[in-house]
Design a protein around this ligand. Sequence first.
Ligand code: PEP
Ligand code: CO
Length: 448
Amino acid sequence: MAAWSPSSWRDRPALQLPAYADPGALRAAEDRLRGLPPLIFPGEIAQLRGRLAAVARGEAFLLQGGDCAESFDEPGQDAVESTFRVILQMAVVLTYAAACPVVKVGRIAGQFAKPRSSDTETQGGVTLPSYRGDIVNGAAFDAAARAPDPARLLAAYSHSAATLNLLRALAQGGFADLHAVHRWTTGFVRQSPQGERFEELADRITQSLAFMQACGFDAARAPQLHAVEFYTSHEALHLHYEEALLRRDDAGCYGASAHMLWLGERTRQVDGAHVEFLRGLRNVLGVKLGPKADPADVLRLLDVLDPGHEPGRIVLIARMGSEQVGERLPPLLRAVRDAGRTPVWCCDPMHGNTVATANGTKTRDFGRILQEVRGFFEAHAREGTHPGGLHFEMTGQDVTECRGGAQALDDAALAARYRTACDPRLNGSQSLELAFLVADVLNAARRR
Ligand code: PEP
Ligand code: CO
């Protein structure tokens, strides 16, 4: 294989990158980014790799969730805090109900670049570049907004830094203390059936903590009760940005934009630029696998991305669709297992289940999402492999983007608060419902 360098991806075919009108402005933005501090540290990547190695052994579960596309227009505390609190709640549900440690990874603090199926979009006879995420251009359908702007690379860095700062404070500063578990349920989630179920669970946790204290256990000396580890991830799509945030230390190169970076379904070609760039980094690497992925492709990708079979290095994220998971996933599980590979296998039940309503709104059915999760667990049970985790698009806010769930959202209800910048997300109540259902499935799987 040819030598890797931070810029060796530039000699490979690079899909899904924007065409900037002014290359000089792009280079200036890259130079600025190169001089800025890293957002994460390599020691944190090593820690995440250790946690994921445990997931791969079947001793823990990965929960990876957040926005499809973060937005520069949501700079406040609410969006981040509500997403963080729902992921915490989901993790507590899984930890308590299935007695399984949960590794928490957000699609957050950098999830700004989106792959598109078409380079252009036409409305009313006008054709403009497609919206590619806030790191590239604006979502509004006008020529000025849709022109790719390199200044957005710096804005993406600033937003990521501010979000990460808040996440670190939320994770370490008392908010995530298990003694405060009752404070995690807010507004509309509290009113929902899942909210009530969560409150019952929170009561039991509070009682258990009081019981242990009464027995002489000193909670003040157990740091794991007072803070959580929370890691960040996004799709490593915008390679100019990712290269400019590459940093070096004695052990080599790492991507300093997030702990985990993943290859999307549209940019995981073995000879392509995205695979070339990521193979040289020490970060945890995710790979999305859709129904067209064949076993030989997957094995080639593993050879290129993880030649040393390093524990906790790779997360394979299957997004087959509820109708195809039963047929398409097992051959991949077998091929990977028979090659002596033990990546983390994670289920993304969102991206293979996107449909349009009668009036063209993009949505997903909660029932289909669950069906894919069940199919994922069943396939692993048959092949004797570990169903390691769940990857999902959600927000803690009260949006109406996916149909179904206990709130029984229908097509008419979607119009009320449909706010996503890209794909439809589960709201806080649907996310919690998913966690309770997955906890049941995980429990059953562990008892088998
Ligand atoms: C995504 O995760 O938002 C996405 C675009 O996924 P995929 O690459 O699996 O289509
Ligand atoms: Co998406």
